[in-house]
Design a protein around this ligand. Sequence first.
Ligand code: SAM
Ligand code: SF4
Length: 330
Amino acid sequence: MYDRFNRKIEYVRISLTDRCNLRCRYCMPEEGVPKLAHDDILRFDEIVRVVRQLARLGVRKVRLTGGEPLIRRDITKLVASIRAVSGIESVAVTTNGVLLQELAEGLVQAGLSACNISLDTLRPETFASITRRDAFSRVAAGIEALEAAGLRDIKFNCVPIKGVNEEELPALVAKLVKDRPYKFRFIELMPIGCACEAGFAGVPMADVALQLMRAFGALTPAPAPKGVHGPARYYRMAGFCGEVGFIDAMEHKFCAACNRVRLTAEGFLKLCLNASTGLDLRTLLRGGITDENLALALRSAIYKKPEEHFFEEAGHYAKRDSRAMYQVGG
Ligand code: SAM
Ligand code: SF4
């Protein structure tokens, strides 16, 4: 379906939980994280029901995120159920990779189409300092397990942070995508969640690009993959099998081409990453709404998707959402 700005909405990002087995400094505080009660989180049958109606409206792609989506028990069954929904062409997951070692094979067998792994560093000490957990070796083993399971659509997401991982960015790219056909994406640190409290400052994407050019030579724009509309701009480098991408939500607004909506773990349909407008689906689902009326409610909410986000405008704080990344899923 199209929204009132004529954008075709084809993609839903579903947060399965607000909990996580890491505590990345820019995302979550170490303690005092308010947790949703078990009953407040959408059950898998409720999620699949929403996906079925969204698919009727034209959604083709689903991404499962969180918090950490892989800590939700039986996630492989959810992947299989969503894959079986008529019209859904792709089910992807965004994970910190800690549990991939155990789950990769089952996820791929269940029909997982793609996996994004968030990885800011290859140094175990830096990993422990960013995530407050000593889990680097598990993530490394998880990446191997995912490759062994045969998944080919793998992307790495890295948030460059001044004075933390900025020195090792070219090394990270070389290690992960020089000899492998995956995508390595840099994501600009956003002023959301704990980024400011952590005292972290992002590295401008232009500086990251410059570092890569110094290390590896020219960055050549890669043709956009067919049928994929996303906020990343991809580049190739001589001698590399994989590609490098940049996502800078602040400098390069992607809003005019935005094709996505989000579903939070407690069942709120969020129409924009950084706006609070949306629809409380959990109340509708648990209040006995019919499928027809659910589709109508979704259609009418999506039609009103905001025109753009307001990260950079101080005067627009009132329109902002107070939810952090781990509550929305990025
Ligand atoms: N736990 C999973 C993971 O880490 O991949 C999925 C959820 S996490 C919230 C999704 C993405 O949001 C991660 O790649 C993480 O680096 C990113 N993220 C969290 N807080 C951020 C911030 N303040 N600025 C930019 N990216 C952020
Ligand atoms: Fe957890 Fe992902 Fe947030 Fe890190 S970025 S604390 S892994 S939800």
